[in-house]
Design a protein around this ligand. Structure first.
Ligand SMILES: Nc1nc2c(ncn2[C@@H]2O[C@H](COP(=O)(O)OP(=O)(O)OP(=O)(O)O)[C@@H](O)[C@H]2O)c(=O)[nH]1
Ligand SMILES: [Zn+2]
Length: 331
């Protein structure tokens, strides 16, 4: 058996080591994956191979993962997809033109944080936005992590991005199609590693990257994800840091499990009243929490049971106070 790194999983596993090896799934792995689909080998996994006397190669086991990036389908189903494993840094990539989508950044950052990897935001196409530096500084406060403006075309701002790979780190790029992920990889490596599509008039690229592969970059590796048009989040985990302002305010809510919707003594709602917090920010937070929570409920019967009880108690106390219960499905 040999332990190797999985390079791509789209046409069957291929691995690093002495050249590329094509391998099928072994019997023991099939059993494990049947019981837990998340255990299927993915990009960045280290796997144990068996070389058979007849020349076949099979993946028999996946080594324990340090981090794992999982995406839930945004259609609200319980389907999940393991995007990559053993990633050290998740870079959320968003273009400065058209204007960066803050909701999408928050959503992808939550996914990044839930993976266990270090989050960072890369704002591309800085050459098209004269206010790039100011926007980055502003976003940094919102995101609670470094925000790096870069221009892949001019080669500006690349050093801090290159530094993410130091020590042989693996960096995963997460962002919508057209955000400039492939151009960034090419700028970092100084070579055409990824195919880049022509820019459309509206500043969006077309969907070009279809596989997730590990490419050597600056002493580490990059995984350029497929254009994630709609990334669902898996759980409410990972949101606290992205919405550090709300988390800080929520510490003063009367109830520890406050939903910041209709609860009495809610410090978050109070902050909207005083103008300290924008309603749109709370809205985006609550949508993401609700989405992640729905995914968790789908997976966990015990949690479902507790949630039904929690709502019953809340509704009762609201009725007693003469207030209407909140609309269904939003919180
Ligand atoms: N002006 C400018 N254009 C850029 C920059 N980076 C990327 N672009 C353009 O934006 C478009 C999309 O870039 P890609 O690198 O293909 O985007 P992507 O995120 O890899 O897209 P997918 O492969 O579909 O996921 C291309 O036309 C690039 O030339 C930049 O720094 N400045
Ligand atoms: Zn509250």
């Amino acid at each position: 058996m040999a332990t190797v790194e999985l390079l791509r999983d789209d046409e069957g596993p291929a691995v690093t080591g002495p050249g590329v090896v094509r391998a099928g799934w072994g019997g023991s792995l099939l059993g494990v994956v049947h019981a837990d689909p998340d255990a299927a080998p993915t990009t960045g996994d280290r796997v144990r191979l068996c070389f058979w006397p007849d020349g076949r190669v099979t993946v028999e086991a996946v080594e324990p993962r340090r981090t794992v990036l999982i995406r839930a389908d945004a259609d609200g189903s319980a389907r999940r997809q393991t995007l990559a494993a053993n990633v050290d840094v998740v870079a959320v990539v968003e273009g400065l033109l058209p204007e960066p989508d803050r909701n999408r950044i928050a959503r992808l950052l939550a996914l990044a944080r839930a993976s266990g990897a270090e989050p960072v935001v890369v704002l591309t196409k800085a050459d098209l936005e004269p206010e790039a530096a100011r926007i980055a500084t502003e976003l940094e406060a919102d995101c609670g992590c470094p925000v790096l403006p870069v221009s892949s075309s001019l080669g500006h701002g690349l050093e801090p991005v290159r530094a993410l790979f130091a020590g042989g780190h693996t960096v995963a790029l997460l962002g919508p199609s057209g955000a400039g992920k492939s151009s960034l990889v090419n700028a970092l490596t100084g070579a055409t590693v990824m195919r880049v599509n022509a820019l459309r008039r509206d500043g969006k690229g077309r969907h070009t990257t279809v596989t997730r592969e590990l490419h050597p970059v600056a002493g580490g590796h990059v995984i350029d994800g497929p254009g994630l048009r709609s990334v669902g989040i898996n759980s409410a985990a990972g949101l606290d840091d992205t919405f550090a302002d709300i988390t800080r305010l929520a510490a003063a809510c009367r109830f520890a499990d406050c939903g910041h919707a209709v609860e009495p003594g809610c410090a978050v709602i109070a902050a909207i009243g005083t103008g300290e917090l924008l309603p749109s920010r709370l809205d985006s937070f609550r949508r993401l929490v609700a989405e992640g929570f729905r995914q968790e409920l789908r997976r966990d019967a015990r949690l479902r049971h507790d949630e039904v009880r929690r709502r019953r108690v809340l509704h009762k106390s609201l009725r007693r106070a003469g207030q209407a219960p909140p609309e269904r499905g939003y919180w």
